[in-house]
Design a protein around this ligand. Structure first.
Ligand SMILES: Nc1ncnc2c1ncn2[C@@H]1O[C@H](COP(=O)(O)OP(=O)(O)O)[C@@H](O)[C@H]1O
Ligand SMILES: [Mg+2]
Length: 321
């Protein structure tokens, strides 16, 4: 049997999602070790390039979430250093990290995403109030980047808008105002351009940070009841979202399904949660892929993509010689 490549699991960092990343990192590391990988665990808060190079790791597994991890910066550095890494490249990661950029791209590609307005740092209360009126209440306010439902509110009436905007501005100067989509909450895990079985999330009230990570409050329905037409529309929307953002490896598309069966894309996450009980691992398991196998497939994919890119670069060089 071919020896498994020495793998650096990158986790932690300094983002607001540090704690979740530590959980993803620990789970991935343990899974890889159980499959016989030689693993080096690296908390990127203490630097990462030197430890990767010094350890002789052949590939980096990115178990990072949020800023400096999911936003394309680390991908660009690894690219420059010619170290293969899991998941999307710098451009796709950068796009996906910004909700307004993603949404503009989706609209250009004819993919449904809730109507929105972006209030920059200079937008005053009156302008924001007008934008909210135009979208129509209830609206959703959220930071333009970041994830894990941090700073998000559903605003049912104008009197509650100012507080919701202030909450976003604690972490992000740009406030995304979005039309609220009533209906169901679904998420579609993706691997290599293909959709995994969808998962429906049902929880009392708003799907927020606490509900997401407090076990027992959210019900996960794997392979939920959907008509064939709706299931196809959902899959197509997720596949097109992944393709137009230019993702690679694993990603997860968050969707609201309205009462008429239209899937509205909220966002795509390029490094979704990767504990054994996270959504993408759950979806993979429903497709017959256990967590440890999924992690190994992500590494194989990273190495293969790197080889293809290197091969193409060599061919270009030869052609121009
Ligand atoms: N336009 C919307 N309509 C209805 N619910 C929404 C809307 N936007 C966000 N939500 C709720 O907030 C959650 C988090 O929003 P999302 O855009 O996925 O941001 P995050 O990056 O924090 O996950 C969603 O899973 C959904 O439950
Ligand atoms: Mg989300």
């Amino acid at each position: 049997m071919k020896p498994k490549p020495r793998t650096a699991v990158l986790y932690g960092g300094d983002s607001r999602e540090r704690e979740i990343s530590r959980l993803s990192g620990a789970a991935v590391s343990q899974a890889l070790k159980s499959s016989g990988f030689d693993v080096i665990d690296i908390d990127v808060r203490d630097g990462f390039l030197e430890p990767i190079i010094d350890s002789g790791a052949e590939v980096a597994f990115l178990a990072l979430h949020g800023e400096f991890g999911e936003d394309g910066q680390i991908q660009a550095i690894l690219e420059e250093a010619r170290i293969p890494y899991t998941g999307s490249g710098p451009r796709a990661a950068r796009i996906a990290m910004s909700k307004p950029t993603t949404k503009r791209l989706l609209i250009e590609n004819g993919i449904a995403t809730p109507e929105f307005c972006l209030a920059g740092p200079a937008a005053n209360d009156a302008a924001i109030a007008r934008a909210a009126e135009e979208l129509g209440y209830p609206i959703v306010t959220k930071p333009s980047s970041d994830g894990s439902s941090l700073g998000i509110s559903i605003v049912p009436a104008p009197s509650l808008l100012a507080d919701a905007v202030a909450k976003v501005r604690e972490t992000d100067a740009c406030v995304l105002l979005e039309r609220f989509i009533p209906g169901r909450e679904l998420t579609v895990g993706m691997f290599n351009g293909r959709a995994l079985p969808p998962i429906e999330l049902r929880c009392p009230g708003f799907y927020d940070f606490k509900a997401k990570y407090t076990s027992g409050r959210t019900e996960y329905i794997i392979q939920p009841e959907l008509t064939i037409d709706v299931a196809n529309a959902l899959e197509q929307a997720a596949v097109e979202t992944y393709a137009c953002v230019g993702c690679a490896g694993v990603a997860r598309v968050d969707v609201r399904l309205d009462d008429s069966g239209v899937p509205w894309i909220l966002e795509i996450n390029t490094i979704p949660g990767l504990t054994a009980t996270s959504l993408v691992p759950k979806a993979a398991r429903a497709a017959g892929i256990e967590f440890a196998r999924l992690c190994e497939m992500m590494i194989d994919d990273a190495l293969q993509r790197h080889q293809t890119v290197t091969g193409e670069a060599i061919a270009r060089k030869k052609a121009s010689a």
